[in-house]
Structure formats: structure tokens, C-alpha cells
Design a protein around this ligand. Structure first.
Ligand code: OSB
Ligand code: MG
Length: 371
């Protein structure tokens, strides 16, 4: 498979509802899409870097520049037999994992299309159906949050995750549990607490949560291990796990009992598979995180979620929760049982709506080899 060129695009899409986390409120997304031209097939990837360097140090402008100047030139013009070879070609660049993932995942997408195989099978997936949960942001009032939860439960989602931060936590969880004592519930702090909050965090134990996600610093493992020893509730790490080695050290030190895998955060499908395998070998369940993706990233998350150790419902939800109109066809839909079935069609099983992407594009740049 020869990589002839790579096209970067920025598309802009307003969110159906704002999404608020401990680092702020977001109304609209700037999404970096990447298309790799490989001898008659086009592989698509999505860079999940955000609008701002808040979730991680990467953001759309750093990703664009790094892709343009370093990562795309490292792979364009090269021939590879399998997509995962691209990771080695990009290894000289430190960090920039979300940017790297956009390339590697586009090449997996191309490889699946070229081999006329479903992407999920190429990745080594086994489940025919994945379990879905939802992530619900901070709202203007607890009443609004309860209404949203009610709607998502009625739609069939199997796990509710709410964003928390100091001042929007115990009171909120209390109200949710008072109304729904039995639902599978978890919370995500996106690093909003410190070790000074241990006594406060111990109070989360009352709510019988499936997990508390990333309570402490985004780059920390050691202090999460200290915290986990103080809590009955399982800690799940998101931001802290950048690769399989991080997962191994988090497990070895007891920093978490569950791992959130985001393919962008760990630098692409091959590292995501390695994180998955480390967790599997240590009997640590994983689930697939989300980054408010468009259909391109969303369908890649679906494919990844078919690997055997994705034992908990992921933040993989229907297109319509985020977008008035997605850029794939059909849109991602979730069954009344809170599942998505994967198909045997080649690639992702979803068609890319290039005409719509073209209309949403605000900038575009193609990297080809010179001469
Ligand atoms: O921490 O999981 C997170 C969205 C943006 C950045 C970080 C996170 C999230 C979510 C949304 O929780 C999950 C989704 O895409 O549905
Ligand atoms: Mg998270």
C-alpha cells in the first residue's frame, strides 16, 4: 500500500447542546479530518485534539502544524504492507499522539477498505455488538441534568457518566441516586481534585459508583495509587494513560482498577491494542472513551470496542446526541437495548459523506511528495 498523499481539513460543526466539563463549556467543534490517498482507496482519520489545550497539551493548531511539517512528510511516498508500520515512521516525533493517531487510523481505514475486510476484524475484534453509555456534561441546574439522564435511560443507554467538579459533585450524585438507586452510574472529574480532597472524595463511596474517572492530575499515576488505597470506589484513568507502559505502571502500582482507552490519546490503533492487551493480561476491564467525535472518529471507536476486553459500556453514543447532521451515512444509531451492532461490510461499514464534508470545510491542505 503506497501512501500517495495526505489531505488535512478543518471542518466546523455546532454541537446540538453545549458540553461542559471541569475545564469549560463548548458550543461548537473544530474538527481536523485527514484523508490518506493510497492507490485508489482513501482512508479517513479524525484527529481528536480539542479546540484548546485543556484536556491535553494538544489542540487543533498544534496538531495541524505537526501533521503538516513532520508526520505527513514522514509517511507520504512510503509503501507499507500494514498500517501499523506508520507508527515506526513517526516515532522520531515526541508526543503529539492525537496527531499521530489521525494518520495511523486513516491508514488502518485504508487497509481495511483495500483488503475488503471489516475494520473491526482487522483490529482483532470479536464482539458483534458493543455496549453503549453516555457522558453528560455539567448543566445549568441539577433539574436539567436529571431530565437529561431520564432521556438517556429511556433511550436504552447502559451506563450514565456525569461530569463532576468541586461544587458540582456530592449534591448532584445525591440527587441522581435518590431518583435512580440502581442504575449503573459513574463520574468523571477531568483532574479537578487534588490530594487535599481525599476526605471529600471518600464521600463518593456512598453512591455505589461503577468508577470515578481521573480525579487527580492529568499526568499522574503515583498519587492516584495513594488515593485508590483510600477509596472503595474504583478509580478509572483516562488522561494519565498515554501508552501501554503507563497502563502497566498504573496497574502495578494500584492506581486504577479500570482503564478508559481513547485511541487518539494513546497515539493510534496499534498502541490502543497494546493498552488493551496489558489490561486484559492483568484482568483490568477497559472501555472506549469519546472525544465528541464526528462520524469518522465515532465509527473507529465502534470498531475498537469489539476487542474482547472492552467489557464495560463505552462513551460511544448515537450521532444525534451531538450533531444535527453527521458526516457519515447511515448515522450511528443505538438500539433500544443500548447497543450498536457491527456489520460484516468492508471498512467501517459507514459511508463518508464527502459532499457534506466539502461544504463544512474551512481550510484544506494536501501533502504530497515533491518531484
Ligand atoms: O474526559 O472523557 C472525557 C469529551 C471531551 C474531552 C474529554 C472527555 C469527553 C467526554 C465526552 O466525556 C465523551 C463523548 O464523546 O461522548
Ligand atoms: Mg474522561
Amino acid at each position: 500500500m503506497k501512501i500517495e498523499s495526505i489531505t488535512l481539513r478543518e471542518i466546523q460543526m455546532p454541537l446540538v447542546h453545549f458540553f461542559e466539563t471541569s475545564f469549560g463549556r463548548l458550543y461548537s467543534r473544530r474538527i481536523l479530518l485527514l484523508a490518506a490517498q493510497c492507490e485508489g482507496v482513501t482512508g479517513w482519520g479524525e484527529c481528536v485534539a480539542g479546540e484548546d489545550p485543556f484536556y491535553s497539551s494538544e489542540w487543533i493548531e498544534s496538531a495541524w502544524a505537526t501533521l503538516k511539517h513532520y508526520l505527513a512528510p514522514a509517511v507520504v511516498g512510503r509503501t507499507m504492507s500494514v498500517a501499523c508500520e506508520s507508527a515506526g515512521l513517526m516515532a522520531k516525533v515526541r508526543g503529539h499522539r492525537m496527531a499521530k493517531a489521525a494518520i495511523e487510523n486513516a491508514l488502518w481505514d485504508a487497509e481495511a477498505r483495500q483488503k475488503r475486510q471489516p475494520l473491526w476484524k482487522l483490529l482483532g475484534g470479536t464482539s458483534r455488538e458493543i455496549q453503549c453509555g453516555v457522558s453528560i456534561g455539567i448543566q445549568d441546574s441539577v433539574e436539567q441534568l436529571l431530565e437529561k439522564i431520564e432521556r438517556e435511560l429511556a433511550a436504552g443507554y447502559r451506563r450514565i457518566k456525569v461530569k463532576v467538579k468541586p461544587g458540582w459533585d456530592l449534591n448532584v450524585l445525591e440527587r441522581i441516586r435518590a431518583r435512580w438507586p440502581e442504575i449503573v452510574l459513574s463520574c468523571d472529574a477531568n483532574s479537578a481534585y487534588t490530594l487535599d480532597d481525599v476526605e471529600h472524595l471518600r464521600k463518593f463511596d456512598r453512591f455505589n459508583l461503577l468508577m470515578i474517572e481521573q480525579p487527580l492530575w492529568n499526568d499522574d499515576i503515583y498519587y492516584h495509587a495513594r488515593l485508590q488505597r483510600e477509596l472503595r470506589t474504583a478509580i478509572c484513568l483516562d488522561e494519565s494513560i498515554g501508552n501501554a507502559r503507563d497502563a502497566a505502571s498504573a496497574i502495578e502500582t494500584g492506581a486504577c482498577r479500570i482503564v478508559n482507552i481513547k485511541v487518539g490519546r494513546v497515539g493510534g490503533f496499534s498502541e490502543a491494542k497494546r493498552v488493551h492487551d496489558v489490561c486484559l493480561n492483568n484482568n483490568i476491564p477497559v472501555w472506549c472513551g469519546g472525544m465528541l467525535e464526528s462520524g469518522v472518529g465515532r465509527t473507529h471507536n465502534i470498531a475498537l470496542s469489539t476487542l474482547q476486553n472492552f467489557r464495560l459500556p463505552g462513551d460511544v453514543s448515537a450521532s444525534k446526541r451531538y450533531w444535527k447532521e453527521d458526516i457519515i451515512e447511515p448515522e450511528v444509531e443505538v438500539s433500544p437495548q443500548g447497543t450498536i451492532a457491527v456489520s460484516d461490510e468492508p471498512g467501517t461499514g459507514y459511508r463518508i459523506r464527502e459532499d457534506r464534508i466539502e461544504k463544512l470545510t474551512v481550510r484544506k491542505e494536501t501533502i504530497t511528495t515533491v518531484g
